[in-house]
Design a binder for this molecule. Structure first.
Ligand SMILES: Cc1cc2nc3c(=O)[nH]c(=O)nc-3n(C[C@H](O)[C@H](O)[C@H](O)COP(=O)(O)OP(=O)(O)OC[C@H]3O[C@@H](n4cnc5c(N)ncnc54)[C@H](O)[C@@H]3O)c2cc1C
Length: 473
């Protein structure tokens, strides 16, 4: 990681400055795709920002938005409740859509991602997302099942440690653009004055033109958007009927426990009420494990994460191959309740807007939550770059909502459906792994092949229509 940071710093200096990393053009061709952000209808070059945005939260969503704002000359400050950038987290897999979005936000960021990510360790499995297996003892061998790949030509397997991903993002953010120890407790907006006042738990306040809530699934900003917008019942995250154990182990450990045949390349082990994923990260030196347990009862523990006795892992995965149980037991025995925002009727209200998990937290089955936040950041920063007066901010948010919400909410719904399929509780597939793989080979295409350039054109077109002839005056 030090290498990545030092490389970035060689390119940008100690910390990137706005001028150095925000070229005046918005044309950022993807190193790996023919897509570029150049609209078919020429868009005016972004001029210096007439607005100042408060970005709440410095997760993948908030930081990606920050990088996008730099590129589009949109002035911003990030307010983060923690004392420093997060260094915790597990593996994150990104699809080609997310990588294109990243490249369109910043080709340098996309290039840095290549230095921290890992594919399958077998080179011939470049386009394999995962190999589907039975979780049962013997991994389905007694049924004659051998690991079956799913993926697509348009897809290249890549995952990273969340810490490394955050590091390459933060290397792009100037130090003076972030304030730590700033837990948002209240947001007041004065739409007729183009002004918001954000209050923090330390008693201070900040004034800005608009607020983008990137504060995650439990974030406070969701309440300030959906409550006043008339959807208070949608504010609280909904328990998705499953919890997971997450861990990262050295690849040697994974190989010793699972066997060389099953470690190294990404695997998806399925069985009644369980789904366990393993995949390489950190240039193949580590193996990420996410083991989901599906339950019928509501989540009762007051905390979303809580420690359980190590034996609970065995009782949670009763008909699972012993090798997998042992691998899961390498994790801290902590259960993480999975919550999502299955219904979100709007992503904006007045001068407040939502991005990332605060808008559309999803279950992890389609490995798309972080990817969606990067796509959000691309579209929102692009349209914000076209705002020349604060009176047009609501139109920009409405255009972003129209482009992003249908796709992001579809992710939330289809991910929950996929969870049922993995857990063998979808009657159309049962435990027929052949049928499941058939579905897996097509179900991701709409996510991976999505045309982001068309989205950028659409968001600009909608914005132009909404603001034509000073409609918002
Ligand atoms: C088990 C699991 C596996 C996953 N795997 C994948 C995957 O493979 N691929 C993928 O794309 N996605 C994956 N995801 C989803 C992904 O991790 C999230 O979608 C993504 O990290 C969300 O980023 P975010 O910036 O929106 O929110 P967060 O990362 O939650 O960041 C929110 C930030 O806001 C701060 N904050 C919170 N409240 C306040 C406040 N009041 N004031 C100020 N700051 C505040 C927090 O401290 C935090 O820094 C997975 C999720 C899980 C649970």
């Amino acid at each position: 990681m030090g290498v990545v940071l030092s490389r970035l710093r060689r390119v940008f200096g100690r910390r990137a400055s706005l001028q150095e990393i925000a070229p005046k053009t918005s044309t950022t061709p993807d190193a790996k795709s023919s897509e570029s952000v150049q609209s078919s209808t020429p868009e005016p070059t972004p001029s210096p920002s007439p607005i100042h945005i408060a970005i709440i939260g410095s997760g993948i969503g908030g930081l990606s938005l920050g990088v996008g704002c730099l590129r589009n000359n949109v002035s911003f400050t990030i307010y983060e409740s923690a004392a420093q950038y997060s260094v915790i987290g597990a593996g994150v897999g990104l699809g080609p859509n997310a990588l294109r979005a990243m490249a369109m936000i910043s080709p340098e960021l996309r290039a840095a991602y290549d230095t921290i990510s890992s594919g399958n360790l077998s080179e011939e499995k470049l386009h394999v997302a995962m190999e589907a297996m039975y979780a049962e003892p013997g991994f389905g061998e007694s049924r004659g099942w051998t690991p079956q790949p799913f993926g697509a030509e348009c897809y290249e397997r890549t995952s990273a440690h969340r810490r490394d991903l955050l590091n390459i993002l933060t290397a792009h953010i100037p130090d003076n653009a972030v304030q730590f120890n700033k837990r948002v407790t209240d947001i007041q907006q004065f739409p007729n004055e183009g002004r918001c006042v954000v209050s923090f738990s330390d008693g201070t306040t900040a004034t800005c033109t608009a607020v983008i809530g990137c504060d995650g699934v439990k974030g406070a900003s969701r309440g300030f958007v959906l409550g006043p917008a008339g959807f208070p019942e949608e504010v609280a995250p909904v328990f998705a009927g499953k919890y997971c154990y997450r861990s990262i182990v050295p690849m040697e450990t994974a190989t010793a426990v699972l066997g060389a045949e099953y470690a190294g390349d990404a695997k998806c082990f399925n069985g009644p009420g369980v789904n366990i994923m393993t995949y390489p990260i950190s240039s193949g030196t580590e193996c990420n494990i996410v083991a989901c347990k599906f339950v019928d009862e509501p989540w009762k523990h007051p905390q979303w994460t809580h420690r359980v006795p190590i034996e609970t892992i065995r009782t949670d995965f009763p008909n699972v191959d012993d090798r997998l149980v042992k691998l899961i037991q390498c994790a801290e025995p902590v259960q993480w309740a999975l919550h999502h925002h299955i219904q979100t009727s709007t992503y904006h209200h007045g001068l407040l807007c939502l991005l990332g998990d605060s808008a559309h937290a999803t279950t992890p089955h389609q490995a798309s939550g972080a990817g969606m936040s990067i796509e959000d950041a691309l579209i929102l920063s692009h349209v914000l770059g076209r705002v020349t007066r604060w009176q047009d901010l609501e139109a920009a948010f409405a255009a972003y909502d129209a482009v992003r919400r249908p796709r992001a909410q579809k992710i939330v719904v289809t991910s929950q459906e996929l969870g049922r399929m993995y857990a063998c509780s979808d009657p159309r597939y049962g435990d027929d792994m052949g049928k499941i793989v058939e579905n897996l080979n097509v179900r991701f295409l709409w996510i991976w092949e999505h045309d982001l350039k068309a989205d950028m054109d659409t968001v600009c077109k909608l914005f132009r229509e909404k603001t034509a002839n000073g409609k918002n005056t």
